[in-house]
Design a protein around this ligand. Structure first.
Ligand SMILES: [Zn+2]
Length: 346
């Protein structure tokens, strides 16, 4: 059965081979011309073999729960004895998830769960056979239908190289469980924290979780705080995740799995961001920015002030976090800007 879809999208994999993979940063020793602070060693997982292009591993031995990464994105799949249940299909993987599955089991893929309706995590769904069950929250289902209605300027998945995704065939609600073959999944809605609808998928028997784009284990959150829909809901999602019973989590990004400590650490970083940004909004003088920028161009005046606030707050946060988490010197400024706009508008 796996052979049926293993080579179906050969052209897609060639295209992917031409794209530089983030994982290569870990093993590519060519001198970089753009540099940043040294990344703490704990941010990295097992390096991905350049020649294969992905790493597939069992999250915990003997559980049948596997994760796949190319160093930057992550997907999960679970063997059940009655077929494989996949969670997410990042399009940047090309057909590598199907290949990874075929490398460890002959079971066919029967279910695909969408963690949230963002194209960079689901627009690679084309690599699975037609007719499989597509599982998501009803909010995700509606949002995906809307995104693919044809009335939108810019097709879904354009930026990330994906394709339209199959519509959701089965919606699940908060607290619901689903048993497929030998495996039980439980579903926990995190609300509009990062996206329109964020879902935590738990395998209670194995204490394994998957929740995407909340925590970048070992790293600060992606630029603009991962484009969180609402920052207070985003913060609350950390508590919701920690209230669930798990000890290893597939977080959707970076080259290693997440622990409960990673979730608590991320919350601490985000809390520091908010505290520092609030303090800078109180202390930085608008007048001083206006005197330097003048009033002829109000965009420039405002931007000068925003920049002063963001630089003040991010200098403090960066100094504290650059040795603890990867990328603190790269995207703390951007994360402060996201917090600043959230505080300004809410
Ligand atoms: Zn996302």
């Amino acid at each position: 059965m796996p052979n049926l879809f293993r080579h179906r999208h050969f052209a897609g994999s060639i295209l992917l081979a031409l794209l530089p993979l983030a994982a290569t940063a870990q093993i590519d020793t060519r001198a970089a011309t753009v540099t940043a602070a040294e990344v703490p060693a704990a941010a990295y997982g097992t390096p991905v073999d350049y020649n294969i292009g992905y790493l597939v591993g069992e999250v915990k031995p003997g559980t049948g729960v596997w994760w796949v990464t190319e160093g930057s994105h992550q997907a999960m799949f679970v063997t059940t004895g009655e077929g494989v249940v996949v969670v997410d299909a990042p399009p940047i993987f090309g057909d590598k998830i199907a290949k990874a599955i075929a490398s460890v089991t002959d079971e066919p893929v029967t279910h695909l769960i969408y963690s949230h309706p963002h194209a960079d995590h689901i627009a690679g769904a084309w690599q699975f056979p037609e007719g499989i069950e597509i599982v998501a929250t009803s909010e995700s289902a509606e949002h995906i239908t809307e995104l693919q209605s044809g009335e939108r300027f810019g097709p879904f998945g354009t930026f990330v190289g994906g394709k339209p995704v199959p519509a959701v065939t089965r919606t699940i609600a908060d607290g619901e469980s689903l048993t497929i073959g030998s495996q039980t999944f439980s579903f926990h809605e995190l609300g509009k924290a990062h996206s329109h609808s964020d879902l935590a998928v738990l395998l209670p028997d194995h204490r394994i979780a998957m929740a995407v784009d909340i925590v970048w284990a070992g790293w600060i959150p992606f630029e603009r705080l991962g484009h969180a829909e609402d920052i207070s809901s985003y913060l609350a999602a950390h508590d919701a995740l920690l209230a669930l019973d798990w000890d290893v989590m597939v977080g959707g990004h970076v080259g290693r799995l997440a622990t409960r400590d990673d979730v608590a650490t991320n919350k601490e970083y985000v809390t520091d961001l908010i505290t520092a940004t609030m303090a800078a909004l109180q202390s930085v003088s608008y007048q001083s920015a206006a005197e330097r920028a003048g009033y002829a161009n109000p965009f420039l005046t405002t931007e000068t002030y925003f920049d002063d606030v963001a630089r003040t707050a991010s200098a403090e946060v960066e100094a504290k976090w650059v040795t603890r988490l990867g990328g603190a010197d790269v995207w703390t400024y951007s994360n402060v800007r996201a917090v600043m706009m959230w505080l300004r508008l809410n």
